[in-house]
Design a protein around this ligand. Structure first.
Ligand SMILES: *[C@@H]1O[C@H](CO)[C@@H](O)[C@H](O)[C@H]1NC(C)=O
Length: 427
């Protein structure tokens, strides 16, 4: 349902608040918006949204990226500003970013289409020190960490407790791997902000299988919840959490109206402990257009719910990112529209109000686009695009432990760098 008139929208919002259905999407489209992209990073700090890097298109065009621009959306002025800084980290996509309790945005890992992997590079920039009206005087700080750095990777996940450090989990290796089991990770690594050192965490419990393109959030109980991704055969619809204090993993059986297994989706945790999941690739020809959530405080007893969308919901997209304000306003940016419109990278900034009673529906479905005459779509799937960046950087034999058909296909993509020629396949 698309609402055009402001007055009408206000009226409907009031009505839906009244009947307990206030769930409005909206979007902000401005001239100043940065180019559309996916597999970028996105963080929220002091009412500003910051994005870094990402990629668009087939990776062959002059404007396809990967990018290394730092962009800021200021909520007060509703404007995007590109922020120039010295010592800018290399272009990348599939990297992770967090903001620590000192207002520093850290980025780690990711990959580069031109076979120059950022490897285990770690950089930060002090967001509070950035004067948006000034043109100069800003700089990233590359960090030379102590300890053994984690293997170079992309499409992993990262969470922070603010002042202590950052935990990363899983991901796909960047660079040569000698065996299939080396290509994907399920390790947990901790970076200490004070000592600037890495420690591999030896976890107990029910370890999740190796995966990438999953998502992670950290709860107030110091549980790191992960969902989805792809990798070693597993039930990727299942959830798991790591108790960071005891360093023990627990699996959570998926109950309720659960999302399908999703690759390259976005997850955020709201102030009430609810984990929200949106976007992502559900299967080679399906993008997820629904929004799901669950209450992490219920731990093993938690149940998925699906949001009844209302308003101008964004189209299903893959590789988009999201952040959430403590008020419950969720913001999303980027991603590529799912099949058959993959290859389209919208640059709107959209939001969803997650507060209020949450209506659910009885069945879980994944949105499939109607046939679209877009000539750019070709026969290629978005999966191939997602892996394009990875393919260039990954050397190694086939990976044989994938059983499901789509996993087979995925691994063929990884094993064959010629997928970089995708531009031709798509033409
Ligand atoms: C990392 O630094 C912290 C703080 O200085 C220190 O307590 C810890 O022992 C260090 N860990 C490693 C593995 O060096």
């Amino acid at each position: 349902m698309v609402l055009k008139a402001k007055g009408l929208r206000g009226l409907l919002l009031a009505w839906n608040l009244f009947v307990g259905q206030a769930k409005l999407w909206d979007k902000i489209e401005t001239e100043s918006a940065p180019p559309g992209r996916f597999l970028h990073s996105m963080v929220l700090h002091a009412r500003r949204i910051w994005i870094f890097g990402g990629a668009a298109g087939s990776g062959k065009g002059p404007n396809d990226g990967p990018f290394n621009d730092l962009q800021c959306f200021d909520m007060a002025s509703e404007k995007w500003i590109q922020v120039a800084a010295e010592q800018t980290p290399a272009e990348r996509a599939g990297h992770v970013a967090i903001v620590d309790g000192f207002g520093r945005m850290w980025i780690h890992g990711g990959t580069h289409s031109k076979n120059v992997p950022p490897a285990d590079q770690l950089d930060f920039i002090e967001l509070d020190a950035i004067d948006l009206s000034a043109k100069t005087g800003r700089s990233w700080t590359p960090v030379q960490p102590a300890g053994t750095p984690p293997a170079a990777r992309t499409m992993h996940s990262a969470v922070t407790d603010g002042f202590g450090g950052m935990w990363i989990f899983g991901g796909l290796r960047v660079g040569p791997s000698t065996s299939p089991s080396e290509a994907i990770f399920n390790d947990v690594q901790y970076f200490d902000f004070e000592g600037k050192n890495w420690t591999q965490i030896e976890c107990a419990g029910d370890l999740p299988t190796k995966r990438f393109g999953h998502s992670a959030v950290l709860t107030s109980l110091k549980h790191m919840w992960i969902f989805g991704g792809q990798g070693e055969p597993d039930n990727f619809e299942a959830l798991a959490y790591l108790n960071l204090v005891t360093q023990s993993w627990f699996r959570v059986t998926s109950k309720g109206t659960a999302p399908p297994s999703l690759l390259a989706h976005a997850s955020v945790l709201d102030a009430r402990g609810r984990m929200w999941v949106l976007g992502g690739q559900a299967s080679p020809d399906q993008a997820n257009g629904k929004v799901y959530y669950l209450d992490t405080s219920l731990m093993q007893n938690t149940e998925w719910k699906m949001l009844e969308e209302f308003g101008s919901a964004p189209l299903p997209r893959i590789g988009g990112r999201a952040v959430i304000e403590t008020s419950g306003k969720l913001w999303g940016f980027g991603g590529t529209l799912g099949p058959p419109r993959d290859g389209t990278f919208p640059k709107d900034l959209y939001w969803l109000d997650t507060t209020g009673p949450a209506p659910t529906t009885a069945t879980s479905t994944t949105t499939r686009h109607p046939k679209d005459p877009n000539p750019n779509s070709g026969g290629s799937t978005i999966l191939v695009i997602v892996l394009l960046l990875v393919a260039a950087a990954l050397i190694g034999g086939g990976v044989f432990f994938f059983r499901r058909r789509r996993d087979m296909r995925l691994m063929q993509d990884i094993g064959e760098p010629r997928q970089v020629e995708l531009g031709e396949a798509r033409a």
